[in-house]
Write a protein that binds this ligand. Sequence first.
Ligand SMILES: [Zn+2]
Ligand SMILES: [Zn+2]
Length: 152
Amino acid sequence: MGSVGTVDQPEAGVVMPARGQYSDIVSYSQAHLRLKTDRGRADQYECITCGGQAREWAYMGDGSDALTDDLGRLYSTDQTAYEPMCVACHRRHDRAVADGRPIDECPRGHKWDEANTGIRRSRSKGVGLRFCRACHRENAAERRERLRMEAA
Ligand SMILES: [Zn+2]
Ligand SMILES: [Zn+2]
């Protein structure tokens, strides 16, 4: 860990072919278009972290199957590497990746371990979606608190 730039590691930004789900190499926008076609728009889902209205598909992979576009954005032809997120959680996630923080944590820093990872089925597509149980507990508590304040 932490040995960035050693000789036996591929250089960051090198475009590696994906695991062969598709024989052709697709662009960033083509990959996102396929995502939309196969899994639907992100705003049909709830954000996997906070449970709010999702707006964007967030790349959640560990980078092992990732491609990099001209702008340095990571993407993948593996659609299971994406999760729906709201804009705030997505930005937080991207910052964590940019800072080199582990992405086996949700954007708020909860571990994605077995006990904390819930699986929900989307209403429209029947795709298994994971969500952070700790965030949902916190959100529910915040919602209760807000309602209590409003009622007071
Ligand atoms: Zn969110
Ligand atoms: Zn969380």
